[in-house]
Ligand binder design. Structure first.
Ligand code: GDP
Length: 444
């Protein structure tokens, strides 16, 4: 996700951080590079321009340039501006109404609408324990209704029985009735798409929205189409009151232009991101975390969440309690590494750990992932109990001993300690943000 943008920005910031002092000219030249990077990522021109202007204005201030770590400060300003550009906070679904809440998905054909309907239904019926029904109103694409029924079986969510020949508005009416009578909490309507925006599609969509009075009208767009995705969103938004956007195929989006411009151009929040073909490959869109990933600072919160999902509630509680205290020693890192092994390697997670993104690039296969995790485990295993609890006592001499004991090099030990340090700092940050308890309880 965002790899090429991330690499470009990473280069600019490495140069900024590498200097002790910064002049206004340094900042301006770095910001010119940022602007080019954003445009190459397919960010809308006015958005890129405003972004760079805002950041420059803040960054050339005396407080920043005269501070002890000007480079770091500039990166922080960029981070904050990115978060703001992405929409500041995660916006969830508003389903707090007399049931059934109606969620209508709209978008062009091939955007991933049907898949996303099933993904969302799975999310709502699983983690949020809602009683969900799905109905396909797509009478244009052959077998679209059957496709949703098959997905429904896979995610164990009910679908409205298909009545051949029925038109979208009538299907919507029947779905609403069935959902009401059968006590469903949420009704999801998958609407028809076209290959491009046309009036027939818009009229049908409006007619359905009139009947179903949805609580959420979510536009599904393919992030790989970049600026086109933003234009499509603008077109739909002109016709129906969209409540949010779901960007699909973020897993393959190295540039990120759609994600970065969507909010600024359309004013609509990105509520979810599709990150793969599997039916659980959907994530709530958190601007702060996404900005962290773009800037290569890692997405520790998502990492911890992922880990929490796979560990026993008890372990999670214990971990949460430690993080609550701002504690994260090498024992904690070791149990995290064990979790990662259980979760199937480092591949998916490396991008989320601060400082691991570059290491990930060097890793080719899953087998290597496993090896690296095992090596880290061996290093921690070669440490004394005291060293694990208080990594700061690990002197150069001790590092040589640990390297020998684990069949690694001092460089490897240093890397491990650095990674631990970064994670510990991130955990402290989580503590400052109000702790993990709330976050973990959200996971159920
Ligand atoms: P629709 O015509 O809009 O209903 O599109 P579909 O739901 O049928 O999806 C079209 C294709 O996109 C399918 O092969 C999906 O598996 C794939 N797809 C959907 N969402 C994602 C995603 O987030 N990532 C990836 N990699 N593929 C996706």
């Amino acid at each position: 996700m965002f790899d090429s943008l991330s690499d470009r920005l990473g280069g600019v910031f490495d140069r900024l951080r590498g200097r002790g002092a910064l002049t206004e000219a340094d900042v301006r030249s770095a910001m010119r590079e940022v602007r080019v990077a954003l445009l190459e990522a397919d960010v809308a021109l006015p958005v890129a321009r405003k972004f760079v202007d805002d950041v420059t204005e803040k960054a050339v201030g005396h407080n920043v340039l005269r501070s002890i770590t000007p480079g770091q400060q500039v990166v922080k300003i960029v981070n904050d501006a990115l978060v703001e550009m992405l929409g500041s906070e995660n916006t969830g679904l508003d389903l707090d109404v007399t049931p059934p809440a109606v969620v209508m998905l709209v978008g062009l054909q091939g955007s991933g609408k049907t898949t996303t309907t099933a993904k969302l239904a799975k999310l709502l019926s699983g983690r949020e324990r809602k009683k969900v029904m799905m109905a396909s109103l797509d009478v244009n694409r052959p077998a679209a209704q059957e496709q949703l029924a098959v997905l429904g079986t896979q995610v164990e969510v009910a679908t409205l029985p298909i009545v051949a020949g029925q038109q979208p508005v009538d299907i919507a009416r029947r779905a609403l009735q069935a959902a009401k009578l059968q006590g469903y909490d949420v009704l999801m309507l998958d609407t028809a798409g076209r290959l491009h925006v046309d009036q027939a599609l818009m009229d049908e969509m409006k007619a359905v929205a009139d009947i179903a009075t949805p609580n959420e009208i979510l536009l599904v767009v393919d992030s790989l189409t970049g600026q086109d995705a933003v234009n499509v969103a603008q077109n739909f938004s002109d016709q129906v009151p969209l409540t949010g956007v779901i960007l699909t195929r973020m897993d393959g989006d190295a540039r990120g232009g759609a994600a970065l411009s969507m909010r600024a151009v359309t004013g609509k929040p990105i509520k979810f991101a599709g990150v793969g073909e599997k039916l659980d490959a959907i994530e709530p869109f958190h601007p702060g975390r996404v900005a962290g990933r773009i800037l290569g600072m890692g997405d520790v919160v998502s990492l911890v969440e992922k880990a929490a999902q796979s560990i026993q509630a008890e372990d999670a509680e214990r971990m949460a309690a430690r993080i609550e205290k701002g504690k994260f020693d090498l024992n904690d890192l070791r149990s995290q590494l064990a979790q990662m092994r259980r979760m199937g390697g480092l591949g998916a997670l490396a991008g989320m750990i601060p400082g691991m993104k570059k290491a990930q690039a060097a890793m080719a296969s899953g087998a290597v992932d496993e090896k690296i995790l095992l090596r880290m485990d061996a290093m921690i295993g070669s440490m004394t109990v005291k060293e694990r609890a208080k990594p700061e006592i690990i002197s150069a001499k001790r590092k040589i001993r640990v390297a020998k004991g684990s069949g690694t090099t001092v460089q490897d030990v240093n890397k491990l300690l650095k990674m631990h340090q970064e994670m510990a700092t991130a955990m402290k940050r989580i503590k400052k943000m109000g702790g993990m308890k709330g976050m973990l309880s959200m996971l159920g």
